[in-house]
Design a protein around this ligand. Structure first.
Ligand code: ADP
Ligand code: G6P
Length: 500
């Protein structure tokens, strides 16, 4: 298994040794990480924050890069010219999709078929040919846009389940136009499910063949990579080793490398925010507000994979049998997400009902057990909430990694709070020092919350130190640099025809 390399993103020996100084990196994701705003006839550009943007901060020092993605909507011809200019000044390039294609590709195929299947929710999977057609059209539009900008020797790094046909489509266009030495990497930010589940997908072969045109495939955990390799063997009949697939049954194909690269965050952003007046003032206010109460924090996109109902039921169980008379509140931030998909709308209704029921059952005039914020909150508010909480509760029923758990650790240098973390989040495989739970076992989660709140300071500090060491080293920049170092290296192996 290819693993992440080097000791720090700033001085990654693998990258320094292998990457050509002239290498140009093209990052491709469904969404461009930008906010475009119109004031009068002028447009303004703002880069969003996020794991991928942080990952590039390490790479930007080593190589030039361009970001290619969908700008979020279809702009009219007049605006496109202005937007294209603005994007290109900021090293970005837009792939425009008409509204119908975008809707069917993003909501219809990516979020209603691949997302539920990859998170072990086949019941939510609604396979429709029109959505599959749109997924192919959208991936083809990305391939055409890329083929216009990719040059000989470039590195192309494609992100996530939205773009699984893109490696193959792009490779075909590059080969047809005689471009040479282009290396393609693809990284999956979600789990890859067991082959037993994956094989349900009607277009299972096309999707696997789509990504197998890349040179390097990356996953967050060893389990996800292993599931992918078994799917290649069982569905396509391909030979695999622990870290590679040969693309032709019976030999003679290309060798595609498969590696694990667990993503991280930019912990300095949280440390620095905690030093600002804005966050310190807010933290002080929250400490006064919650004086005499213990605080549990939950921060999730409101997605059925995050196990928010399970979390609420566990908190209810905790209040009825474990709280020991202590006043404990759950502050749950639930960021609205994918509201055009039916399952997400149903989830809002059931979560609202649970919150109402639990607050009605345990609340008093002086005490509200659950503070439920169904909206996005400002970064300073998020950091203050992480910092004030005695416990962070993550109960995902499946989750590729879960960066919220990392962010909580990065914000706990003072309090040494306890992370209670679902074993079904990728983060559970890295974060030694968390209290790991089966999020489906309501009683176990309730008991873990009680244990976390009662944990002695010395034990909390020891756990925090272990967690913090990992989060501080395995940053987003480290992840990005490690993947690109490996992509640069694997090309030599990929040229060889024999796998075993
Ligand atoms: P996912 O990628 O599935 O949403 P993660 O836990 O990996 O789950 O990442 C969520 C990201 O969204 C984190 O970086 C977190 O800080 C950010 N986030 C979560 N809630 C909010 C919020 N209310 N406002 C702004 N950002 C948020
Ligand atoms: C997950 C996916 C990302 C996606 C994010 C937010 O983390 O892996 O690719 O961007 O969720 O979802 P959204 O549908 O709002 O882009």
């Amino acid at each position: 298994m290819a693993t992440d390399a080097g000791d720090s993103a700033d001085a990654n020996p693998a990258l320094a040794a292998d990457a050509s100084p002239a290498a140009h990196l093209i990052v491709v994701s469904n969404r461009l990480p930008v906010t475009l705003e119109q004031k009068g006839s002028e447009w303004s550009f703002k880069l969003s924050s996020g794991g991928l943007v942080s990952a590039l901060s390490g790479l930007k020092r080593e190589m030039s890069f361009t970001w290619v993605g969908w700008p979020g909507k279809d702009f009219g011809a007049d605006d496109r010219d202005k937007i294209d200019r603005l994007l290109s000044e900021n090293a970005c390039s837009a792939v425009y999709l008409d509204d119908e294609t975008a809707e069917l590709y993003y909501n219809g195929f990516a979020n209603s078929i691949l997302w539920p299947l990859f998170h072990y929710h086949p019941g939510e999977m609604m396979f429709e040919e029109t959505a599959w057609d749109a997924y192919q059209r959208a991936n083809a539009a990305f391939a055409e846009a890329l083929a216009r900008v990719v040059k000989d020797g470039d590195l192309v790094w494609i992100q996530d389940y939205h773009l699984m046909l893109l490696p193959r489509m792009l490779r075909a266009l590059l080969d047809a136009s005689g471009r040479r030495g282009v290396k393609i990497g693809w990284f999956l930010h979600t789990p890859f499910p067991s082959s037993e589940l994956y094989r349900i997908l009607p277009v299972r072969r096309q999707i696997l063949e789509g990504v197998l045109a890349a040179d390097l495939l990356g996953f967050h955990t060893y389990d996800y990579a292993r599931h992918f390799l078994s799917s290649c063997t069982r569905i396509l009949g391909l030979a695999t080793t622990g870290d590679a697939v040969e693309t032709a049954a019976g030999g003679g194909g290309r060798v595609v490398r498969v590696g694990t690269f667990p993503i991280g965050i930019d912990p300095d952003k949280f440390r620095d925010a905690l030093q600002t007046d804005e966050v310190r003032t807010r933290l002080g206010e929250l400490e006064r507000r919650f004086a005499g109460e213990r605080v549990i924090v939950g921060v999730d996109r409101l997605d059925y994979i995050k196990g928010v109902p399970q979390k609420l039921l566990a908190f209810e169980q905790f209040l009825s049998t474990h709280s020991g008379g202590e006043r404990v509140v759950l502050v749950q931030v639930a960021v609205p997400s994918r509201g055009d998909v039916e399952e997400y709308r149903q989830l809002i209704t059931s979560v609202n009902e649970l919150v109402g029921r639990i607050n009605g059952r345990f609340g008093t005039i002086e005490y509200t057990p659950i503070h439920f914020l169904h909206r996005s909150v400002a970064f300073s508010e998020l950091v203050a909430l992480y910092a004030v909480a005695d416990v962070c509760l993550v109960t995902s029923t499946r989750d590729g990694m879960n960066l919220v758990s990392y962010e909580y650790v990065a914000s706990q240098a003072q309090r040494h709070g306890v992370l209670v973390l679902s074993e079904f989040a990728g983060a559970a495989q890295s974060l030694d020092g968390a209290v790991i739970v089966n999020s489906w076992n309501i009683e176990e989660v309730a008991g873990a919350v009680a244990l976390a709140l009662a944990m002695a300071p010395a034990q909390r500090e020891a756990s925090f130190r272990t967690l913090h060491r990992y989060v501080a080293k395995h940053t987003a920049a480290y992840w990005g640099t490690s993947f690109i170092a490996e992509l640069t290296r694997v090309r030599h192996a990929a040229d060889a025809a024999a796998l075993l």
